[in-house]
Every structure is written in C-alpha cells, then in structure tokens.
Design a protein around this ligand. Structure first.
Ligand SMILES: NC(=O)c1ccc[n+]([C@@H]2O[C@H](COP(=O)([O-])OP(=O)(O)OC[C@H]3O[C@@H](n4cnc5c(N)ncnc54)[C@H](O)[C@@H]3O)[C@@H](O)[C@H]2O)c1
Ligand SMILES: O=C(O)[C@H](O)COP(=O)(O)O
Length: 576
C-alpha cells in the first residue's frame, strides 16, 4: 500500500521537484511500481468528488478506472495535470473535451482487459442458462430447491452479438467453443473476419432478435447506442431468451428491460453494468439487481488479476513516457493535426471529418447498411493536391467514419492501425485538375464496393470545398447543391414538385421542429435518375434532394412521418 500523503506532511510541501501522481482507485501495483522510482505516487481510494477537487491541484498525473468521474471541474482544478490515464477501455467517465482544451493528454488501455470481459460475458451466459444466482442464494438460505432451478443447455443454441469488436469477437470464439451458433449485427465488422470466425453477420437488429436464445451487446455507450434496445425490441425476442450486458449500462433501456422481465417477454438477464454505479436506492438499475430473473455483478468484467496487471502496466508505461516528455501509444485525444500545419489544414480536416460523418449516417446508419468491406477514395484537388502532408485528412476520414460507431479515438498516430482493424480501406489521390477548379481546396470522397463480378463499383460520391475557414458540400451522390455540413440535417430524397416543401414543413411543424436552413440539390445532368424514381415514373429533371438544417428533437417518429409524405422517396437524419 503506497503511504497516503496529506498536503502539509508530504515532502513536496517543502518544494521537492518530483512530479506527483494521484491514484484514487484500486490499480494493480505492478504498473505503479514502474512509477514510484521517478514520481511520488499517492494511492488514495474512496475520495469524494469534493476531496478529489481539493487534492488534484498538487498533481501532474491522475490514474483512474471507471468509478472516478474526471469532470471539467476536476480538470480545471488540476492546473498542473499533464496526463489522465484510464486503466481500462471506456473513457465515458472522463470529460475528454475539457481535457483536450486544457492540453491534458488522456491515455487508456484499449486491449488490456478484453479477455476478462469476454470470459465474464460467458460466465453470465452460463449463469443465466443454469440459474446459478438463484441456486447459490437459495442454498445459502438452507433451501434445496432443485426442481425450481432446471436450466437449459447452450450447445446448439443461438447467440446474438451486437458489436463484433474486440470483446464481441472474443465472445464469439468462446461461444463457438461451446457449440453455439453465432449471429451478429455490427455495421463496422469486417465480413471476412466474421466469416473466418464462423459468425453470420446480419444487417439489423430485426434480423437477429426473433432468432436468438441469448443476446449480448458489446458496443460503447454512444448517442447511437443509448437505449439501443427498448420495449419494441424485447417484444420481438423469444420468451425463453436471455440478454447479457458486460458493456455499458444504458445500451438496454433499463425500464424496458425491467418490464420485459416482469411481463415475461424474455426469460432472464445477466448484467454487469448499470446506468448508475453503484445503483442508487430508488433507481430502476437497483430493481434490476434485485430481480429474481437477473444474475447481477458489480462491474466485474475487467476484475481479474491478469487484466488489472495488463491495464496497469499499459497505462503506467504511458504515464512514464509522457511525464518524461515522450509520446504515448494509446492517446485518446492526441491531435489529429500538428500545430504547425493547423491554420492551413484545419478547415479541410474539419470538412473531411464531416463528409465522413455524413457518409456514415446517410449511407450506412440511416439505411442499416454495412460499412465493413467498403473501399474509400479521398481525392485532393487544388492546393490540397500540393500539400506535403495529408495524414491529418486521412485521419479525419477514419475519425468521421467511426464517430457514430465506436469510441476508438483516432489521431494521426493510430489512424492507419484503426482503419486496418475496422477493415476500412482508403486510397488517397492527388488530382492535377488545378486549371478549371472553382475552389482552391476541394476534396472528393468516393466509396466503392465490389460488384457481383468482383470489380469495384463506385457507389457514392461526396464533394466539398473550404473557403474563409468554412467548409461546404457541393455534391451528394447524384445531386449538386451547396450546403454547410453543420448541426442536425434532414436529407429528403424526393420529387421536386409543387407543394413538396409545404408538406414537409407541416410535418416538422407538427413535431415542433424549426427549419433554419434549406437547400434543394438537383440531379446532376450527367447522371441518370435512380431506379426507384424510374419505377415511380419520375424523370431525371424532377428528382431532387432537400437538405434541411433543423432545430428540435428529431426522433424516429418524425423520420417515419416524413417518409410517409407524398413524393418522398427516402429520408435520412444526420448529426454533424
Ligand atoms: N464490463 C467491463 O468491465 C468491460 C470491460 C471491457 C470493456 N467494456 C466495454 O465493452 C464495450 C466494447 O469494448 P470493445 O473494446 O470491444 O470496443 P470496440 O470499439 O472494439 O468494439 C465496439 C464495436 O461496436 C460496434 N458498434 C458500434 N455501434 C454499434 C451499433 N449501433 N450496432 C452494432 N454494433 C455497433 C463497432 O462497430 C465496434 O465494432 C466498451 O463499451 C467497453 O467500455 C466493459
Ligand atoms: O471500460 C472498461 O475498461 C471496463 O468497463 C472496466 O472498468 P473498470 O476499470 O472500472 O473495471
């Protein structure tokens, strides 16, 4: 146990120069032992948020797990902080934005506890299959209730995995070892890797929910995964199905999960994570932990000797590096662009990131498509084609494509590695068409997928440019029209006919949504009208895109109501 220091007694109060590191949670001593020869390490567990804010001004480094909330207030109080290290994967307990604006580097251990989390998932899978929780509880109460505890076998049963990333893939392998059939949903997963693991990738939740005997989720907690499963989804499952959560509380809507268990829509749940940890007394999370159909553990997914040694060694190595002026290996918020290139490249970096986010939400998320296996081409025109270093643009593309699906923190150091991990193939082309360019800094993003004959097919094109530090989109697939990729956009593929705008405005008005910008993009004359438009008798000259910048809450019902509007072919919601 590292001795606890207090402000007045610590040798530092006499002005020693040794940097100080605060460790307010249980972190394996193996890693800390690397630091104590060089720094003063104070392992002080159980600090309240107020005590942490009082102590942090003395420290150069902070090492946490998931319990410590590293808020903007903590960071502002930590005037000397150079690094906050997360001894684990998830950084949702850290205000990364505040740290970045304060120049504090955040590092984590992206892979140190993956095996532990996967094994804990399988432990909960078997525990829910064989009623281990209730069996242990009743026998400890002196009961012997075998007939009430008959379980099911997992062999030949179907496991559904939402999120086939590092943990999800490990769980798939273990489940295959148990003789299970494994199906998965992950817009990002590489189809090749999935098939190598004997996992069947499906396009959406609806394609797995009615079929699974067990469902496990291994996604980060993001705006796109919060409440990913609610009452509607649970009602689509078998009444004998069990659900597991060793990812983050909140990906299953907890109130809906409680109702599903009470109503018998599903048979059980194995839960390791909750929206409040520890669950507050009156919370739904607390009711779930007490539910007879639930096997619950207190966020133990990474709590093994081996995993804690891994993550501790991983982050302490990085803390040592950073406090010695070196570079970390897993920086969560390292810059995507180096200071000296900032002014010249930043507008284009922002534009490319937004083009990528627009692509991911308009062409993948919005249509339940698959991202894995697509090939992307970034074409630089004008001044960009003469830039000595376009790495920040490549990194911005990868970051934008991933933003809606993962907490992987992309920067110029790790962009190529993360792209490879996610099966994102990117080629960069430097166009020489400087002569007839309308704008100095133009970028074209092309997405290709393999046609039936195996030849690459250009599926989608997005084009944009920057001017006066602002970015503009000028082409979205087959349509030409200029708009700024900012805020919340509703993109309607429609027939450009009288009354169209009024009809859309009425639907949005009924939902209390304000339109603050509108752009109509017309079909590029060089392109043919879409198949669905031809089927409905449209001609090229009346097929259009309406791009609306809106304010207000745009939920699934709004999108559905717009989709049902006369003359609307499709609708996508994009948040940039
Ligand atoms: N309980 C624990 O102690 C514990 C331990 C380790 C990790 N975790 C948590 O597990 C989660 C997964 O960790 P990881 O390292 O495997 O992350 P990862 O980034 O490697 O994988 C996440 C996967 O989810 C996919 N995904 C994102 N949004 C999706 C959606 N809407 N539908 C389907 N798939 C989607 C991504 O494409 C990605 O493949 C993280 O939240 C992490 O914090 C918990
Ligand atoms: O995101 C993670 O790494 C896990 O949730 C582990 O969290 P812990 O370090 O608090 O066990």
């Amino acid at each position: 146990m590292v001795p606890v220091a207090t402000e007045d007694s610590h040798p530092h109060s006499q002005g020693f120069a040794r940097p100080r590191i605060l460790v307010p949670e249980k972190v394996s001593p193996d890693g800390l032992a690397m630091l104590t020869p060089h720094f003063d390490v104070d392992n002080v567990v159980g600090l309240s948020p107020e005590e942490l804010i009082r102590k942090i001004p003395l420290y150069d480094g902070l090492i946490v797990r998931s319990e410590t909330k590293v808020t903007a207030a903590v960071l502002q109080a930590g005037r000397k902080l150079k690094v906050v290290a997360r001894a684990g994967v998830g950084v949702d307990n850290i205000d990364v934005g505040a740290a970045t604006s304060q120049g504090v580097i955040i590092v984590n251990s992206p892979a140190g506890n993956i095996v532990a989390a996967a094994e804990h998932t399988v432990a909960l899978l078997l525990a829910t299959a064989r009623n281990i929780g209730r069996a242990d509880g009743t026998i400890k109460e002196g009961k012997w209730e075998r007939s009430k505890l008959v379980g099911i076998e997992v062999g030949r049963k179907t496991l559904g995995i939402i999120g086939l990333g590092k943990v999800g893939l490990k769980v798939a392998r273990m489940a295959k070892g148990l003789g299970m059939k494994v199906i998965a949903v992950d817009p990002y997963a590489s189809a090749d890797i999935a098939s190598q693991e004997g996992v069947e990738l499906r396009p959406s939740l609806d394609h797995i929910l009615p079929e699974v005997d067990f469902l496990t989720i291994h996604t980060p907690l993001l705006a796109t995964t919060l409440d990913l499963l609610g009452e509607e989804e649970f009602k689509k499952m078998k009444k004998t199905a069990r659900v597991l959560n060793v990812a983050r509380g909140g990906v299953y809507n907890e109130a809906a999960l409680l109702k599903a268990l009470d109503e018998g829509w599903i048979a059980g749940a194995g839960l390791d994570v909750f929206t409040s940890e520890p669950p507050t007394a009156d919370s739904v999370a607390a009711q779930l932990t007490k539910h007879p159909k639930v096997v619950a553990t207190p966020h133990l997914g990474a709590s093994t000797v081996e995993a804690q040694e891994n993550v501790s060694m991983d982050v302490c190595t990085q803390v040592l590096e950073i406090l010695r002026g070196g570079h970390p290996t897993s920086a969560v918020n390292a810059p995507i662009i180096l200071a000296e290139e900032y002014r010249k490249l930043q507008p284009s970096v922002e534009l490319v990131e937004k083009m990528a986010k627009l692509y991911a939400q308009h062409y993948v998320g919005g249509k339940g498509g698959m991202m894995g296996g697509r090939k992307f081409e970034l074409i630089y025109h004008g001044d960009l084609a003469t830039m000595p270093n376009t790495k920040p643009l490549f990194a911005a593309l990868v970051k934008g494509l991933l933003a809606s699906f993962s907490t992987s923190h992309v920067n110029i150091v790790n962009a190529a590695l993360i792209a490879k991990e996610k099966g994102i193939i990117v080629s960069e082309t430097y166009a020489s068409d400087t002569k007839n360019l309308l704008f100095a800094n133009m970028v074209t993003l092309r997405a290709h997928s393999n046609g039936d004959d195996g030849e690459p097919v250009t599926e989608q094109v997005i084009e944009g440019y920057t001017s006066d530090q602002r970015g503009f989109i000028t082409k979205l697939d087959r349509f030409n029209g200029t708009f700024e990729p900012d805020g919340t956009l509703i993109i309607l593929h429609n027939y450009d006919q009288p009354g169209k705008i009024g009809g859309v405005g009425m639907v949005l008005g009924e939902h209390g949504i304000n339109i603050n910008s509108m752009q109509v993009a017309s079909l590029d004359p060089s392109r043919t009208e879409s198949r669905e438009a031809r089927k409905r008798g449209a001609t090229a000259d009346n097929e259009a895109l309406m791009i609306l910048g809106v304010e207000g809450t745009v939920n699934g019902q709004v999108v559905e109501d717009l989709r049902r509007s006369e003359g609307v072919l499709d609708v996508s919601l994009v948040r940039l």
